[in-house]
Ligand binder design. Structure first.
Ligand SMILES: *Cc1c(COP(=O)(O)O)cnc(C)c1O
Length: 380
């Protein structure tokens, strides 16, 4: 039988056949007539998915590029910025804002902790911009962005949210929660290959960008906004990704955002139930909000990289290890995007098999049953 591959990482994620189909179509030009309609539709669908009336800007870049656009457009060197971090990505944004010359106040939590809006409130005074991470994919923590944003708003700051792995998986209300800038990438819960960075921008964020002196060219928001308003593009867009995103967003909206959020909550519960049933320990929080990725403490005797390679080569199952300071200490199961309960049972069976092959003592033949039970019990 031809080899099957199961991609269960928190990005890139698996692609629905409907998306794969448009990716294989003959090339079209980003300024030609055939592109106009899908382009217009994708811009409209993005507003629905981001839950905003304002523009969502498209860049041919990874999520980090889209985030850099926020830092490049909003940083006035010397001005204070508060960065709230509790893992790899938050720390990346602190580093980035520092490089752009912001006077960074880094509210840094240990990896795996959940940021406390009360701390953010105390530190936000005097900051022009507050940067927060919604779903910290390196740990599995999903923060209370609504409360963090409220703290920043109280201090009169603009709020920038890294929602790269949460848009489409976990509720993120751009306008209702007053999120000035929300950044996402195509390859997480949006079920599209890597290559598109997405940024929603509020009028206040655009106004601030007009005042800042930091140089930028490709990532200049105003240039991109003006081009998008005419269904034009300043630079060559990653056309196949845009066509794929159009289809993927159509699928997501057909399922319904609320239904998608509920599916992710149930998958999170089921994953944690399965992992705990094996006798393993969670490194991500055992709570419903942690619905994107589950992080598991590696048993002491396990060599994580050997274990993950074995799953890949022997079973075709791709999971991922820890980043940065959690490297070698954890492994992660992404359960976002085009992912269902059968993907999860496959992932759990693979973990069980791989751990047994590595000689780790675990409870066997119970994880799948526990996961299925939790999935059913979580039906609302
Ligand atoms: C994936 C991810 C990023 C980085 O995105 P790239 O597309 O790899 O640049 C940043 N933040 C979070 C929370 C992510 O999940």
């Amino acid at each position: 039988m031809p080899e099957k591959h199961y991609l269960f990482t928190p990005g890139p994620t698996q692609l629905p056949p409907e998306v794969l189909e448009v990716l294989a179509r003959p090339a079209i030009h980003p300024r030609g007539p055939a592109f106009k309609q899908p382009y217009e539709r994708v811009l409209g669908r993005l507003k629905e998915v981001f839950r905003t009336e304002h523009d969502v800007l498209l860049f041919s870049s990874s999520g980090t590029g889209a985030f850099e656009s926020a830092v490049a457009n909003l940083t006035e060197p010397g001005e204070r910025a508060l960065v709230v971090s509790s893992g790899s990505f938050g720390e990346r944004w602190a580093d980035m804002a520092t490089r752009y010359g912001a006077d960074v106040d880094h509210l840094r939590y240990a990896w795996g902790e959940t940021p406390d809006p009360v701390d953010a409130q105390a530190r936000a005074a005097g900051a022009a911009v507050v940067y927060v991470v919604h779903s910290e994919t390196s740990t599995g923590v999903v923060s209370d962005v609504e409360a963090l944003a409220a703290a920043a708003k109280d201090a009169g700051a603009l709020v920038v949210v890294d929602a790269i792995s949460s848009i489409g998986a976990v509720q993120c209300e751009t306008d209702a929660w007053g999120l000035d800038v929300v950044v996402c990438g195509s390859q997480k819960a949006l079920m599209t290959p890597p290559g598109l960075g997405l940024v929603s921008v509020s009028p206040a964020a655009l106004a601030k960008a007009r005042e800042t002196s930091t140089p930028r060219f490709y990532f200049d928001w105003e240039r991109t906004r003006e081009a998008q308003a005419k269904l034009d593009t300043s630079f060559t867009l990653a056309v196949p990704q845009v066509l794929g995103l159009d289809v993927a967003l159509g699928l997501l909206l057909r399922e319904g955002l609320e239904a998608a959020f509920e599916r992710h909550v149930r998958l999170g519960r089921a994953t944690r139930a399965g992992i705990k049933a094996m006798g393993l320990e969670l490194a991500s929080p055992d709570e419903d909000r942690s619905a994107v990725v589950t992080t598991v403490h590696a048993p002491d005797e396990l060599d994580v990289s050997v274990f993950l390679l074995d799953l890949c080569e022997r079973l075709g199952v791709q999971l991922i290890g820890g980043q940065g300071e959690w490297s070698g200490k954890v492994f992660r199961i992404g359960h976002l995007g085009w992912f269902d309960i059968f993907d999860l049972t496959t992932a759990l069976v693979a973990v069980e098999d791989g751990l047994a092959a590595a000689g780790v003592e675990i409870e066997r033949r119970v994880a799948v049953a526990a996961a299925l039970e939790a999935y059913e019990a979580a039906r609302v």
